[in-house]
Write a protein that binds this ligand. Structure first.
Ligand code: ATP
Length: 214
């Protein structure tokens, strides 16, 4: 099964990397594709450029063969629609290979507002990662989708190429990219929140530094 784990990764942190490893182990897959999305230039606070985010991700997975970086959404530019990405993956992999996208309950709760959302279950399974303090609204479209598409075992999920939703609640580290950026803006340490190689590169490039840190 091919697992796609998307996000802004602005920057990648140990919360992302730990959960990716937990998912690989629990879902018994050989690798997971970390897929950074394009961010429009008008997004708030000083963020990393596409190139910086990609380079930091590559550094973060250097010693972890199961974690692979897939920069296709960055290369494509513009809005990163999951349906487009999955169609492209499907063309490469053919119709029969199981593909799954990883989504937190927070992201899934607004799933029915995504571009071409109805196509997505035809293209891939969804691995729904339970996040604390994030429940699906009773009676909402995502809640109904989960009830209709729920698959109880990983084995059943892998038996079909797409269309299932599998819920999982891996342990999560209390780290966010926002928290990492805030610390950098304030000139504080981010050690042990991101891999050492990422700390070093952020410092070298002077990324995410506020006025005081520049
Ligand atoms: P930001 O703080 O900028 O909103 P973020 O840290 O939430 O960023 P994203 O790149 O937006 O990170 O998230 C990518 C994916 O990683 C999302 O599915 C999100 O739910 C998940 N994620 C973010 N932080 C963690 C964490 N600490 N543990 C597990 N998963 C996480």
């Amino acid at each position: 099964m091919h697992l796609v784990y998307g996000g802004t990764f602005d920057p990648v942190h140990n919360g992302h990397l730990r959960v990716a490893i937990e998912l690989m182990e629990r879902l018994e897959v050989d690798c997971i594709h970390l897929m950074p999305c394009h961010i429009p230039p008008h997004r708030g606070a000083p963020g990393g450029s596409s190139g910086d985010r990609l380079d930091l991700l590559n550094l973060s997975v250097a010693d972890e063969p199961g974690l692979r970086v897939d920069g296709r959404e960055l290369m494509r530019g513009g809005s990163s629609y999951t349906a487009d990405t999955l169609r492209q993956l499907r063309q490469e992999l053919g119709p029969d290979k199981p593909v799954a996208i990883v989504l937190g309950t927070d992201a899934f709760s607004s799933f029915d507002r995504w571009e071409e959302w109805e196509q997505i279950p035809e293209l891939a399974h969804i691995i729904l990662v339970r996040r604390p303090q994030s429940e699906l609204a009773p009676g909402s479209v995502p809640e109904r989708l989960l009830a209709e598409h729920r698959v109880e075992s990983v084995r059943d999920l892998k038996a079909t190429p797409a269309g299932g939703i599998y819920e999982i609640a891996p342990p999560m580290l209390d780290i966010s990219a926002t928290g990492v950026r805030e610390r950098l803006e304030q000139g504080r340490s981010i050690r042990f929140l991101v891999p050492d190689a990422v700390v070093t590169e952020i410092k070298k490039r002077g990324l995410y530094a506020g006025e005081s840190g520049r």
